[in-house]
Write a protein that binds this ligand. Sequence first.
Ligand code: DOR
Ligand code: ZN
Length: 350
Amino acid sequence: MTEITQITLRRPDDWHVHFRDDDMLSSVVPATVAEFARAIVMPNLVPPVTTVAGAEAYRDRINAAVPKGLEFKPLMTAYLTDQTSADELRQGFAAGVFAAVKLYPQGATTNSTSGVSDIANVMSVLETMQEIGMPLLIHGEVTDPDIDIFDREAVFIERVLTPLIAKLPGLKVVFEHVTTKEAVDFVLGGDVKTLAATITAHHLVINRSDLFKGGIRPHLYCLPIAKRELHRQALRAAATSGDARFFLGTDTAPHGAHLKESACGCAGVYSAPVAMPVYTQAFEDEGALDRLEAFASLNGPTFYGLPVNDAKITMTRQDWTVPETIMTGEGVALKPFMAGEILAWQLKAL
Ligand code: DOR
Ligand code: ZN
């Protein structure tokens, strides 16, 4: 069989990114813009993005960081708190400022202290979202300290997601960055119009043993944490199946290397610089390059009710070495996913 040396697809979108703010923002936006036409931007800044005005101002700061001549559309999200007003969401959604709402269980992950302490507190807001067709993006982990960290996603399905969907069957839900077979099976049992999931590049590549290969690997630590190999296999099968419920969301989450290489290192994998090459490799490994476009460029817009992109990109087979370190403008070191590794695919320059 002749080896495929290039693949052209509609320009993809990234349905889950962390751009941060200030120096970090201007340093990381170009890596996402180089590959993706649009991105769903997470609101977990300090303080979080909770208002229409705050989202507009953040959107303007992102647009100012887009390199001249490149087309990119940030899709903004509202950070759900116990106090969120349904009117603010209604207004921001109607004005085209908010594309979706993000639910962080309080304390589940980075900058989630203002998150939702009990889903019962936001039920009336979620009812409004169901009524207006506004998607809810969920970080699906329980925060109960008695639950083992590797079980938090599966327990969330039982305790929170199943009852929520039973109560609000018309609410559009994206189960973000799924990491378990249980999550894949749950999504497959749902309604394609109202339940979908994003899958990161790194969760297609690493399992929990990789976190400790030869010593502790702080740059592979993220939340939800990578699980056993059987779960990675389930994620690969889901992503490469072509099923419309699964689409690309990198969860690229930059943190200064000094904050990760620390006695209490923070969660997040900075994957934007390698995202499409890593996804392409995973699809090739699974014999599914013909389904990469569905996952990366078609299923997301369909779920969100947005047009697919007209522009195309080409991935070419050409070895390149991922830099060990990428510096921000102000000299903060970032360690990208796959730092120092040779990747076989790269984005062909426009
Ligand atoms: O690993 C993670 N990092 N998971 C999240 O949910 C948040 C993210 C971040 O903001 O750093
Ligand atoms: Zn995230």
